[in-house]
Ligand binder design. Structure first.
Ligand code: ADP
Ligand code: MG
Length: 406
């Protein structure tokens, strides 16, 4: 990677320095504002351990939810700060109810080496999502250098992801990628630049429209593209098949047809499907050939024949990218396709392939199945990883210091 990373910095660059660390602590909360999954907080621990271990004074900025530029008490970062405190025993973890300004700045000056300060939700401020230069300057005043570990927010040009980094660099201060950000780029970058072949991509999920740019960018690079999820239905229609009451994007049928024509035999579609009358636990299910989808039923998962065929393709793969579940995996009756493919990807990893899973729902499926450890890299950045795979420049990455310049 040609961007400056935390690993390029020496201890002397960090000791006693106030480091503004942008993280993505946009964790799910329940009705009582308790965190139900702290994966995103845990994912930043390597960076935090490196920084605090080097004697840095860490100032954490993060967004949370969509408060739209004003304070919303239920979207405070306080619960995240409390959880972080529990995860970082032996360190002082403070929380201040401001994001920028005199009180926040004073709190950064009171930090001792190895301390951590969590500031309030960046999106409480109207300038954040507008990438307001004044706000970016106020954020830059909170520290001596900047580290961005919020890969999940890197596709947004916001004050705390892009603006602050530009202010830092303009001042001759460093703006570096954190360890999590670096790991994301280390795994996602080669998928587009130099994937070891055979490279097999598996694309599923609900909508072809959300993933069309990824499919188009990947097609020239992959050896095989395996399709599942509801988007397969849109392809079926392009082939002239009946899809019953299945979810179909009527306005994308033509596009799906074009893809099939240009992709030759690279695109593999399900040959059989699990169908039911409704998306409900306990629903009566049937396995049918794709040519025999009943007109009063809907496709809710790929069938066992498809799982076998996809597993066979994955057996020879050296690089695998998976984005989007094969069916409505949230309902046990329609989870088998996703389970089967997840296991086949884990087995590919065991055989030495590099495997990457992206997409929030796919990552959740892999975690639920207990297979995350058998995947080379499970991306934490849903929308950001999609945009990266579309070939777009991520503003939060582009704004960091170049390695040569360091
Ligand atoms: P990711 O978050 O991994 O990128 P998506 O958000 O694109 O995945 O899609 C996930 C959703 O797609 C899941 O909620 C799942 O229930 C839904 N889905 C998958 N297959 C089908 C199907 N055949 N019919 C309707 N919904 C489906
Ligand atoms: Mg999703």
């Amino acid at each position: 990677m040609n961007k400056l990373t935390l690993q390029d910095l020496r201890k002397s660059d960090l000791q006693g320095k106030r480091v503004v660390l942008r993280v993505d602590y946009n964790v799910p909360l329940d009705d009582r504002l308790e965190i139900t999954d702290d994966t995103r907080i845990r994912a930043t621990l390597p960076t935090l351990e490196l920084l605090t271990g080097a004697g840095a004074r860490v100032v954490i900025l993060s967004h949370f939810g969509r408060p739209k530029g004003k304070p919303v008490p239920e979207m405070s970062l306080r619960p995240a700060a409390d959880r972080l405190r529990a995860l970082l025993p032996g360190h002082r973890v403070e929380f201040v109810e401001e994001t920028v300004g005199p009180r926040a700045e004073e709190a950064t000056r009171e930090l001792k080496d190895g301390d951590v300060l969590v500031l309030e939700n960046t999106r409480f401020l109207p300038g954040e999502e507008k990438n307001d230069p004044d706000l970016a300057r106020q954020m830059a005043a909170l520290g001596d250098l900047y580290v961005n570990d919020a890969f999940g927010a890197a596709h947004r040009a916001h004050a705390s992801t892009a603006g602050i980094a530009e202010v830092m660099r303009a001042d001759g201060r460093a703006a570096a990628a954190g360890l999590l950000m670096e790991k994301e780029l280390e795994y996602l970058g080669p998928l587009l630049e130099s994937p070891e072949s055979p490279f097999v991509a598996i694309i599923g999920g609900s909508k072809i429209s959300g993933k069309i740019d990824v499919i188009q960018n990947l097609l020239p690079r992959v050896d095989r593209l395996l399709v599942g999820g509801a988007m397969a239905n849109t392809f079926f229609r392009a082939m002239g098949l009946q899809t019953g009451t299945s979810l179909v994007e009527e306005d994308r049928i033509e596009m799906a047809g074009d893809l099939l024509r240009t992709a030759g035999d690279k695109i593999l579609l399900p040959t059989d499907c699990v169908v039911a009358a409704k998306v409900e636990a306990g629903a009566e299910t049937r396995v049918v050939e794709r040519t025999g989808i009943p007109k009063d039923l809907m496709v809710l998962d790929v069938g066992p024949g498809t799982v076998d065929a996809y597993r066979e393709v994955l057996e020879g793969a050296r690089t695998v990218l998976w984005n989007g579940p094969m069916g409505v995996f949230e309902v046990p009756e329609f989870a088998k396709g996703t389970e089967g493919v997840a296991l086949a990807v884990a087995e590919a990893t065991d055989r030495g392939a590099t495997t990457v899973v992206g997409g929030g729902d796919s990552a959740a499926a892999v975690a639920e199945l207990g297979l995350a450890e058998r995947i080379s890299h499970v991306s934490t950045g849903g929308g950001a990883s999609l945009e990266f795979l579309e070939g777009k420049t991520l503003p939060g990455v582009a704004a960091l210091s170049d390695r040569e310049a360091a």
